[in-house]
Design a binder for this molecule. Structure first.
Ligand code: GLU
Length: 554
């Protein structure tokens, strides 16, 4: 009779190590009480979902706030989905959001004593555990072809039974070891399945740090743990990894709750303590038709972290927003702290929104504007330049023509108690400030200028001409008084009240004059503060633009 041990030795003759050896190689971590070991375990599919950024941010924060360890593990066992080089890119993207692991896979190298941190390099570790399960009769080779599996499925459908490979449907479960050996010797392709002892009709109690305690049906599926490509499946690999990497808290997407019973059974069968679980709420959005749905990689630009990077959102703006999505009390905290760091905020799993969080671009924009508004002119210029160099040649050109000039433009109503918050992302800068550059201005004035139709060409021309005398060497208040004096001389009311009292007596108000000037210098109605626009352009250029606009009126 062939024993399980003989069969296991036959399948894995090269595996000499035991689970005990692995336990020694990867000892328990020596960490302070309460320290959490978290991990972010992306697959290298070339796409960082906003939900994954959310999760990695939480893993990072939880480890930081408990003086624990945050590591990254690359889950690349699904070779069909893998995109070459995307692991490194992913790490770069995380770094741009200040999410830097303490340990693990770092893109082009790894650090830490619990590696390798790339699953495809851990094949020998998985084999030790699989061999152990085979020896114990807790796993077995399965020779079912896709046709066999389809046939089983059909049968289950016709009988209205649960689909899958379990119980009486698990055809290879009870083959004799002799038959198994013979078929392997014969070269029959096979996978290795875990032998479940669960019953779907039984419920198990599970605890989740976000969802609390709940009941879920026990696993009864004999899941594949080792594929014919000699790599393990996610279900199996991550259990082994989280055990030997000594993870204390698995933070992952809510979509994994459904397979939690498999994982719980694997941990129990192996005699290992399962980690704590925190399944994250799914990020949802309200679509065009007012329906709530999952943020979709296919349909929603904001589902890709690359969108925010390419548009030039400040990383801090998105991170602050995602933190408010995690714990809504963070919003007050960060506003009270003037957007200054989050080290003293304690993120709590029990404050997550269980039913899914609604993604709100308006709020991303709000926090991004707040954040960019706080930077000084030099900081924002440096950041804009770094962004533009990579993603926005037009902006890069503007900045590098004259960096000091650009800084002054950025400085309009900045560096003060209540700065203007014009920008939520760098990509909009050329549109907002392009008029400061003569070549762009010349293009803009090819479109009809949006002057108020109540003013005739003659009135516009005479008013603008009079304004050539406006003194720019004054502070803002005196400059405005000067504008008022000239406007009054030209027949405008000094304020709305005077105008309203006797509208027939005036051409308009000083406000109208300011608008005429604003449109003349910027080719638009909404533009940054007129005083600073004029100061930055300078007297000569302002008067030249007045002449140009007057010539266009004819
Ligand atoms: N590689 C899995 C994924 O991409 C990770 C799930 C987990 O964190 O355990 O979703």
């Amino acid at each position: 009779m062939i024993t399980n041990k003989q069969l296991a030795d036959y399948i894995f003759p090269e595996v000499k190590e035991t689970i005990e050896d692995l336990e020694k190689r990867y000892p328990n971590r020596n960490l302070p009480e309460g320290a959490e070991v978290t991990r972010f375990a992306p697959s290298p599919t070339g796409f960082l979902h906003t939900g994954s950024l959310f999760m990695s941010m939480i893993c990072h924060k939880i480890a930081k706030q408990t003086n624990g360890v945050f590591y990254i593990r690359l889950e690349d066992t699904d070779t069909k989905r893998e995109i070459e080089g995307s692991g490194l890119e992913l790490l770069k993207q995380l770094k741009a959001f200040n999410i830097v692991p303490d340990e693990g896979y770092l893109g082009d190298h790894e650090i830490g004593n619990y590696g390798p941190y790339i699953q495809s390099k851990r094949a020998d570790i998985y084999r030790v555990v699989i061999k152990h399960l085979l020896e114990q009769g807790l796993a077995y080779p399965c020779f079912c072809s896709t046709d066999d599996l389809a046939e089983i499925r059909k049968l289950q459908e016709s009988k209205k039974e649960n689909p899958g490979y379990y119980g009486k449907y698990a055809r290879c479960r009870d083959l004799s070891n002799e038959e198994r050996m013979e078929r392997i010797k014969n070269g029959d392709p096979f996978v290795i399945r875990f032998r479940s002892s669960g019953d779907y009709h039984n419920k198990i109690q599970v605890h989740d740090m976000v969802h609390g305690d709940f009941e879920i049906a026990q696993n009864d599926q004999d899941i594949v743990i080792y594929k014919s490509d000699k790599l393990p499946t996610y279900h199996f690999a991550h259990v082994v990894d989280d055990h030997f990497m000594r993870t204390t808290t698995v933070i992952r997407g809510g979509e994994w709750i459904a397979s939690l019973p498999i994982h719980v059974e694997l941990f129990a069968t192996l005699g290992w303590k399962a980690p704590n679980y925190a399944h994250m709420p799914v990020i949802m959005k309200v679509d065009e038709n007012g329906n709530k749905r999952k943020l979709s990689k296919r349909k929603d630009t904001e589902a890709a972290v690359s969108y925010f990077v390419e548009e030039g959102y400040p990383a801090e703006g998105l991170i602050i927003y995602l933190m408010t999505l995690a714990n809504s009390n963070f919003e007050q905290y960060i506003l009270d702290n003037k957007l200054e760091g989050m080290d003293n905020f304690k993120l709590a799993f029990d404050k997550f929104a269980i039913d899914g969080s609604l993604f709100d671009m308006g709020k991303v924009n709000f926090f991004s504007k707040e954040f960019l508004g706080k930077l000084n002119k030099h900081e924002i210029t440096l950041r804009a330049k770094a962004y533009a160099e990579k993603y926005n040649p037009k902006l890069y050109d503007l900045i590098t023509r004259d960096e000091k000039y650009f800084e002054e433009i950025m400085n309009i109503e900045r560096e003060k108690e209540n700065p203007r918050k014009d920008y939520e992302k760098f990509s909009i800068i050329p549109d907002v400030i392009g008029f400061f550059y003569d070549d762009i201005y010349s293009e803009l004035i090819k479109e009809p200028l949006p002057f108020n139709e109540k003013f005739s060409k003659e009135v516009i021309a005479s008013t603008l001409t009079a304004m050539k005398e406006l003194n720019l060497d004054l502070d803002e208040q005196s400059w405005f008084n000067n504008m008022k004096e000239i406007a009054v001389k030209e027949g405008y009311a000094a304020n709305n009240k005077e105008f309203k009292a006797n509208p027939e007596a005036y051409k308009g108000t000083v406000g109208d004059v300011a608008e005429l000037l604003r449109i003349t210098f910027t080719a638009r109605k909404n533009a940054p503060n007129l005083y600073y626009v004029m100061k930055i352009l300078g007297k000569e250029k302002c008067n030249k633009r007045i002449d140009t606009v007057i010539s266009l009126l004819k």
